[in-house]
Design a protein around this ligand. Structure first.
Ligand code: NOJ
Length: 557
């Protein structure tokens, strides 16, 4: 693999609205992030991805951008942003922005102009059709429910396309002017000293045209967008152009939100001349999700299911490129609540999960709060929920015949708000996130799960994450942990996750994903215990005995 500057880095996602509020308005902000840079440096992360902070009406929490060149005043100013980039640089850290260009906000100037004059220049920035509610151009279902078509403001004879919320009109990537505007904006930000971008919902930029219906797959009479996307060819031409025009000249690090790629496409996405540097592994995220909706999906994975997902990705990506490994993000439940069975959730199993995913081949991404083992929220009612997906999925569950309490219980396990509650800094009011009223209620467990308490304890989840980041940087093991091959070990053994990383050293990762202890044979002599989530390890002639939820990485001779 041709070496790149970002290969040995560790990334951390910040959801700015919930990270740290410096001015008491209940909303996290850029000065808040700056004040926590030393904390992040100490944790051992290098690249910080910020969910959107551009000017936005926040209909989808900033994934609806009204101006790509300005910072929303709720998050701070452009000077704050420049200050953040500079302060990060001083600490050898890099900032990634979120590139949200499948759509913009209906409050963006382009859309306002398009609405005022659909036949003018800006009309062609969007997909606007002569039509009405009775005869829409196609039956695709928006990701947030309902039709993808919405009447153009003030023009009952026309409708525009939005694959997400109606306040997120899709940009027409077939129009070269739109693409040039996007590249211009990327260059503008790169000139400010960014490290790169996380690229939002990017597969959606290519539509199958002309618009046509797909088989109806729910009682609402619509068809999942995935059906159209499977048919839409040519996204690579746009992505290749974007890489050439905007990313490569700056040697930007880019990580794509890419779902449903076909196996033979991985090379195009993240191979040596791929469109992106990396892309997220969503295998575990998608596992068990039902076409019917969240109410019918699996709220957590068993260890065997989790293993099958991570191993599948490791094997299929192999040496092609660097995938980005995650257990959670701002769109998902908390990793420890999703990948650990409820009856198994404890400090040791949290550390076990951390060790297993972190040492896989690829780039580890942490999501804010993951490093202290933040858990899903015991929401009491729908009134506590802000997330538009949850509200839609609740309706889907009701329509499927569930009673309100059942529907609430079923969908809440997947709510994006599980990950969006404020960061838990300490045990003072509102978890030390704000001195005001937080925009979303703090998880009540902040008294026991918070940064300050965990900083004081060697045995905390936070301390374990620090050991993991230190191990990945250790000059003796770095080559192996960054570039070494993945090879499964004792794959058939139930509730055991075992794998090698083989480079100039041979590292064996073993995790006993059950409460009962177990003996595990070893393939060779142990030279060194590199990390252990518990005290001590019972090594005998033939192997090791792992306690319940014990995870270790061993150098094997
Ligand atoms: C993916 C983002 O992660 C999610 O939060 C957002 O709602 C959609 N894309 C639309 O931008």
């Amino acid at each position: 693999m041709k070496k790149a500057w970002w290969h040995d880095k560790i990334a951390y996602q910040i959801y700015p609205k919930s990270f740290y509020d410096s001015n008491g308005d209940g909303i996290g902000d850029l000065p808040g992030i700056i004040s926590k840079l030393d904390y992040l440096k100490d944790l051992g992360v290098d690249i910080l991805w910020l969910s959107p902070i551009y000017k936005s009406p926040l209909a989808d929490q900033g994934y609806d951008i009204a101006d790509y060149y300005s910072i929303d005043p709720r998050f701070g100013t452009m000077e704050d942003m420049e200050h953040l980039i500079a302060e990060a640089k001083k600490r050898d850290m890099y900032i990634l922005m979120d590139l949200v260009v499948n759509h913009c906000s209906d409050e963006h100037e382009w859309f306002q102009k398009a609405s005022a004059d659909p036949d003018g220049e800006y009309g062609n920035f969007f997909y606007i059709e002569d039509t009405n509610d009775e005869r829409r151009p196609c039956n695709w279902r928006s990701y947030f429910g309902g039709s993808v078509w919405e009447p153009l403001p003030g023009r009952p004879d026309k409708q525009y396309l939005h694959v997400f919320h109606k306040k997120q009109p899709d940009l027409n990537w077939e129009n070269p002017r739109v693409r040039e505007e996007v590249y211009k904006n990327i260059r503008w930000w790169m000139e400010k000293g960014l490290g790169g971008f996380r690229i939002d919902a990017i597969i959606n930029i290519k539509k199958k045209l002309p618009f046509a219906d797909y088989p109806v797959d729910r009682e609402d009479g619509f068809s999942d967008i995935g059906n159209m996307l499977a048919d839409a060819e040519g996204v690579g031409e746009f992505l290749g152009e974007m890489a050439r025009e905007a990313f490569r000249p700056y040697d930007a690090f880019t990580v794509g939100e890419v779902c449903n790629e076909k196996e033979d496409e991985i090379k195009n996405f993240i191979g040596e001349d791929g469109y992106f540097s990396s892309m997220f592994d969503f295998c575990g995220t998608c596992y068990g999700k039902s076409d019917k909706g969240w109410y019918d999906s699996k709220p957590y994975l068993t260890p065997e299911e989790y293993k099958s997902c991570i191993f599948k990705t490791q094997k299929k990506v192999g040496d092609i490129g660097m995938v980005s490994n995650i257990i959670e993000n701002h769109d998902e439940p908390r990793g420890v609540s999703h990948y650990i069975r409820p009856e198994d959730l404890c400090e040791d199993s949290k550390k076990l999960l951390a060790g297993v995913y972190f040492l896989l081949k690829g780039m580890p991404f942490l999501y804010q709060g993951q490093e202290i083992g933040m858990e899903n929220v015991a929401f009491e009612s729908l009134g506590d929920v802000d997330d538009i997906s949850t509200l839609d999925e609740y309706q889907v569950a009701l329509k499927a015949g569930m009673k309100p309490e059942e529907a609430f219980k079923a969908v809440i396990a997947f709510s994006r708000d599980n990950a969006r509650t404020p960061m838990q800094w300490n045990d003072s009011e509102n978890a030390g996130f704000t001195v005001g009223t937080p925009w979303l209620k703090v998880n009540p467990n902040y008294k026991s799960i918070n940064v300050e308490a965990q900083e004081k304890s060697e045995a905390s989840v936070l301390s374990f994450y620090k050991k993991l980041t230190a191990l990945r940087r250790d000059p003796e093991y770095k080559e192996t942990l960054v570039y070494g091959d993945f090879e499964a070990y004792l794959e058939e053994e139930e509730n055991l996750i075992g794998y090698y990383r083989i480079g100039d050293r041979k590292v064996l990762v073993l995790a006993n994903f059950q409460k009962e202890e177990r003996g595990v044979k070893l393939p060779g002599e142990v030279r060194k215990i590199l990390i252990n989530n518990q005290e001590g390890l019972d090594i005998n002639a033939g192997g090791v005995v792992l306690s319940g939820f014990q995870m270790v990485a061993l150098e094997i001779l």
